[in-house]
Design a protein around this ligand. Structure first.
Ligand SMILES: [Zn+2]
Length: 348
């Protein structure tokens, strides 16, 4: 879990994924035959076929987005308070009284994110019910205005600060969407290397950028990779908590790797669904099918690149998604890792 903890606490919002990319590069030394960064910043890491005699191998693209939802500084006030613009979809109900990190050219600054206006003691009943908009939020750096203006620039990255924790049988932290997928790609390949598992396919592990603002990096990198098969790896809704009707759970925590039949942006290739289920059964790995009614993943970007690609989504059931307490069950995480490794070994 050490790697997941590092991934979860390394900031990288859409368009500012550099630190996550550097971490992945450092962690995957020797795992790939060829590594490059494309013009938008996606990291493309190739592992050639290891099975003897593999000619003209099937090209499998794995996509794990590196970006997390966050903010860019939109305005540096004459009073020293910062205003932010969100990159990715936040629920403002989760954004009160948060510690944040402001990444400036001169170094990181801790800050506090709060809505401006009256505290509870002074607000009337109507005001207390109102959920602030993101435009109402302020970052307070606790510094004199001149110092803030000298150091902070419009466009600097702001992320919520939250430690990574193990809670019961789960991992909890921020941006497990989608650092769990970065972890899964690395760990499934490490597992194959450790077990000397041969593969006849050529694996293009792509750590993509700007997914949270519209699957942008997956689309462009898929044009470069030109895969035969694309697998988007991401978190998916797990709403199996009290108060939620059974038919709207999407997935169930601890019930295994989620195979996303369709979501708001793509319909998974049915042959790949069948392949995943067959491989899972052969290796005794638990899976669950799910449909996500709204929202999409990198799969949609890959599927629509070039003349189109057969694509599918492997998902990790995640409670409290898009909060800083995203929760994944360790059994599901391990099921996804084992399934991905077994799938890659199975591709002809
Ligand atoms: Zn995601």
């Amino acid at each position: 879990m050490e790697l997941l903890a590092k991934l979860s606490t390394t900031p990288g919002v859409p368009g500012r994924e550099d630190r996550v990319r550097d971490l992945i590069l450092a962690e995957t030394d020797g795992l790939f035959d060829e590594v490059s960064t494309d013009p938008m910043g996606s990291l493309i890491a190739v592992r050639r076929a290891t099975a003897p005699g593999a000619t003209d191998p099937t090209r499998v693209m794995l996509a794990a987005h590196m970006d997390q939802i966050g903010f860019l500084v939109r305005h540096v006030g004459s009073d020293g308070f910062l205003r932010v613009h969100n990159v990715g979809g936040f629920d403002p109900r989760n954004l009160f009284a948060r510690l944040v990190n402001v990444a400036t050219e001169g170094g990181d600054l801790p800050g506090v994110l709060n809505p401006g206006g009256k505290p509870v003691h002074l607000a009337n009943a109507e005001e207390r019910k109102k959920v602030p908009e993101i435009t109402d939020l302020l970052v307070d750096l606790g510094l004199p205005a001149e110092q803030v203006q000298a150091q902070v620039k419009i466009g600097d990255m702001v992320t919520l600060a939250q430690p990574f924790s193990l809670v019961g049988n789960t991992a909890v932290g921020q941006c497990l969407d989608n650092r769990v997928a970065c972890w899964l790609v690395i760990e499934s390949l490490r597992q194959m290397v450790a077990a000397s598992t041969l593969h006849t396919c050529e694996i293009h592990a792509v750590f993509t950028v700007q997914e949270e603002v519209g699957l942008r990096g997956a689309l462009t990198s898929a044009h470069t990779v030109r895969p035969d098969i694309g697998i988007g790896i991401d978190t998916t809704l797990c709403v199996d908590t009290p108060g939620s009707p059974e038919d709207q759970r999407c997935t169930q925590q601890g019930a295994g790797a989620a195979l996303t039949v369709m979501d708001g942006a793509s319909i998974g290739d049915p042959r790949l669904l069948a392949d995943f289920e067959r491989v899972a059964q052969a290796h005794d790995i638990k899976t669950q099918r799910s449909i996500l009614r709204a929202g999409g993943t990198d799969t949609a970007g890959i599927q629509r690149a070039g003349g189109g690609t057969r694509a599918f989504t492997l998902s990790v059931p995640t409670r409290y998604i898009h909060t800083v307490t995203e929760m994944v069950h360790l059994d599901d995480l391990h099921a996804c890792r084992d399934l991905l490794a077994a799938f890659l070994a199975d591709v002809k």
